[in-house]
Design a binder for this molecule. Structure first.
Ligand code: HEC
Ligand code: HEC
Ligand code: HEC
Length: 253
């Protein structure tokens, strides 16, 4: 740790690790005012919680923010307490197949390239690997062609995007069913249960709208999390529908 002119402390690493370097920015953080989970009270910029880094992936975030006693906004229809995510690339990458194999961010995003003078350099304009597969992937995967690696990336991305659309469909169903149940006079305890399911389903889905690799950084985590989002929405729809069916029919006019 070095002290910078008496006002800032800077940590120095013994070994370069781009996973940590990129994680200075490519993470979920809270940098906004919000409200308290427990009692809905406002949390302003004088509170440490408006400058907060969970460093937790999709599966642990809801629990994390509940413990921190903070949420970003309330849903206009259900009143569910929701989290707004930002670019959690580092948390997603942590624990992935590539991460466990010791691969770091810069090896795909700042690959070695040959300059016009024939000299090899590491590109410092961080690149999109899809546009530079030869440099970003084939160095470590020499048995593959550019087409095969592109196919692998797009297969994961298309699958993940499909799951995201399905999660959105079920979130929509949950919100619409909530409206119908409320109109039908379903008990507050049931509505509260549905709100809880909305809170759960939301984080598990929204995370992937904010993560920028469309699942490539950790396909398993994306699949698990989006599947769990769909399941939570479906459970919410189920409790609401059951309660509506149990409601007495409206009196005939
Ligand atoms: C100081 C903060 C910061 C750090 C550190 C940082 N980034 Fe970024 N990165 C950003 C921001 C902000 C953007 C969006 C820029 C824009 O939209 O114009 C971005 C964009 C990107 C993009 C998208 C580029 C494109 O063409 O759309 C990639 C890929 C990326 N960063 C990778 C990395 C990698 C890998 C590292 C570590 C080697 C890293 N970044 C470190 C802030 C950072
Ligand atoms: C094994 C290769 C690989 C590693 C390692 C890797 N990424 Fe990526 N990353 C990709 C691919 C593939 C995409 C998909 C987007 C593309 O290629 O156009 C992507 C997408 C991104 C994007 C979005 C780019 C855009 O166009 O909007 C960001 C930001 C990013 N990665 C950051 C990181 C960070 C930070 C790390 C380390 C924690 C990391 N990546 C590690 C392969 C990798
Ligand atoms: C620094 C070396 C390195 C780079 C760069 C790299 N990989 Fe890998 N990749 C590995 C290793 C090591 C594994 C672990 C499994 C293995 O032995 O194949 C792996 C595994 C994979 C897997 C199998 C994942 C699974 O679930 O089994 C895919 C798919 C893959 N890489 C695609 C890519 C793509 C696409 C790129 C370029 C964007 C890329 N890799 C860049 C080293 C690398």
């Amino acid at each position: 740790m070095v002290d910078f002119r008496g006002f800032r402390k800077i940590g120095l690493m013994e070994k370069t690790d781009s996973r940590l370097m990129c994680a200075q920015c490519h993470v979920e953080y809270n940098c906004n005012a919000g409200s308290q989970w427990s009692d809905g009270k406002k949390v302003g910029y004088d509170d440490q919680r408006t400058n907060h880094f969970p460093l937790t992936n999709a599966k642990g975030l809801l629990e994390h923010y509940r413990k921190l006693d903070f949420y970003d906004f309330k849903h206009a229809v259900t009143g569910a307490r929701l989290i707004k995510l930002q670019h959690p690339e580092a948390e997603t990458y942590a624990g992935s197949v590539h991460d466990r194999a010791g691969v770091q961010c810069h090896q795909c995003h700042m690959p070695k390239q040959k300059g016009k003078d024939g000299k090899v350099f590491s590109t410092h304009g961080v690149i999109r690997p899809k546009n530079h597969i030869k440099e970003a992937c084939l160095g470590c995967h020499p048995k593959y062609t550019v087409e095969q690696k592109l196919y692998q990336i797009e297969a994961v991305q298309n699958y993940t995007k499909g799951k995201m659309r399905k999660a959105e469909y079920w979130l929509g169903q949950l919100i619409d069913t909530y409206t119908a149940a409320k109109r039908a006079g379903v008990a507050e305890t049931v509505l509260a249960k549905a709100r809880e399911k909305h809170e759960e389903a939301h984080v598990l889905w929204e995370y992937w709208t904010a993560e920028n690799s469309d699942g490539f950084h950790n396909p398993d985590l994306a699949r698990d999390s989006l599947t769990a989002s769909i399941a939570a929405s479906k459970e919410g729809v189920k409790v609401l529908k059951e309660a509506m069916e149990a409601q007495p029919a409206p009196a005939a006019k």
